[in-house]
Design a protein. Structure first.
Length: 390
């Protein structure tokens, strides 16, 4: 009898992989499901990006294997992007590594640095992939609380009281997903000081810094950060290129060298045309972000109305591609979203998939157009049929 690897017993199929099968089945049955669950941009990249990839198709090297480190002009574009928007100087040869999406980077970083038994600080709530990848490489997740009363930021006093002797890596992500907490330079300074004190690799996952946020930040702007920190970034949300699968990891040159050892054994370089499109995207002017955020701002106003109809509360100052909303007292997140899905044909993400501190919360995506959001509002009435008894 052939069995699967033991590591698969530590993880489950990704929530959205499972749930979207259910949504797809409902759609196949003719049910008009509005998907407010997943953060997959429905808007197109700028036309100039598409033109660049089309033009690249006739290049003599377009269909060949590409460099594991990406095109030199792509790394130069990433360098210029970080300098312009974050005021961070990076060496494009040693401190930048293009990735096939930042999610890939989570696995590469974990494989490069974690041994079985090493401990990893994982935010609760936070992106589920941090914990699942930690388990796949046979390390141990140690969850640290992010709570609304602390603006969804770590409690450093509590962390200092814990046993950190086996902790090798810490995942953070500001602007924070799913809560939309913005973070600050002061927070980044505390995190860098904490990591330096305890000899921990600090990884900031930073794909949302331009969405409804007027002050993009990088942890690498903090003095001393490069000694301990890496930053993942992505073109998925910033430039509507989620399916193109292109991102980057930046920071400490020795860390990048270690990650490249993993990456070079797992792929054969990124498609030439996508890289050429990314070069154009990274050089887009301020107007791109202004126009994009105008659309998201209008959508967010409608999501606020929908959340109001559902009796939720939320932080209007939060940033990013989602609205994180607290359910009325006593509501179970997963029961609530299933009821809304099956009775109103609206898919919303339960906060519990992001950790135990997501209990009692739900997350709305802004990746549906205004017409769909208006339709969702029309389907919901603040009535007894949505008052779920526990």
């Amino acid at each position: 009898m052939i069995t699967t690897a033991n590591r698969l017993q530590t993880v489950q199929e990704y929530y959205f992989s499972r749930k979207l099968k259910e949504v797809a089945q409902m759609l196949q049955e003719g049910k008009p499901v509005i998907n407010l669950g997943i953060g997959s941009p429905d808007l197109a990249p700028d036309a100039s990006i598409v033109d660049a990839i089309v033009e690249s198709m006739t290049h003599e090297k377009a269909h060949q294997y590409q460099s594991y480190q990406g095109l030199p002009e792509l790394r130069q574009g990433m360098k210029a992007f970080y300098q312009k928007w974050y005021e961070v100087a990076l060496d494009p040869s040693t401190e930048i590594l293009p990735l096939m999406g930042s999610k890939e980077g989570i696995m590469h970083i974990s494989m490069a640095f974690l041994n079985p038994g090493d401990e990893v600080l994982v935010p609760n709530p936070g992106y589920p992939t941090y914990a699942s990848v930690t388990h796949l490489v046979e390390a141990k997740s140690v969850f640290y609380d992010l709570l609304p009363e602390n603006n969804w930021e770590p409690d450093f006093e509590r962390l200092e009281r814990s046993d950190l002797s086996k902790v090798k890596l810490m995942w953070i992500g500001y602007p924070h997903m799913p809560t939309g907490a913005k973070g600050s330079k002061a927070l980044f300074e505390k995190l860098v000081a904490f990591a330096r004190k305890h000899h921990i690799i600090l990884v900031n996952d930073n794909p949302y810094s331009f969405v409804l946020n007027d002050s993009p930040q990088s942890i690498l702007s903090v003095p001393g950060a490069k000694e301990v920190a890496l930053e993942l970034n992505s073109l998925s949300k910033t430039f509507n290129m989620a399916g193109w699968r292109i991102g980057m990891v930046c920071g400490n040159a020795k860390f990048i060298e270690a990650i490249l050892k993993v990456k070079s054994n797992m792929d054969s370089g990124m498609f030439y045309g996508i890289q050429k499109g990314a070069v154009v995207a990274l050089a887009l002017p301020d107007k791109w972000f202004i126009q994009l955020n105008k659309i998201y701002e209008n959508r967010r106003k409608l999501v606020f109305k929908l959340a109001d109809k559902l009796g939720c509360t939320y932080d209007k100052k939060a940033v990013g591609m989602f609205v994180w909303a607290k359910l009325p007292e006593g509501q179970d997140s997963e029961v609530f979203i299933d009821k809304v899905l099956h009775e109103k044909n609206i898919f919303i993400t339960p906060g519990t998939i992001f950790g135990s501190n997501g209990s009692g919360f739900i997350r709305f995506s802004l990746c549906s157009n205004e017409q769909q959001l208006e339709e969702a509002i029309d389907r919901i009435k603040l009535s007894l049929d949505l008052k779920i008894a526990l």
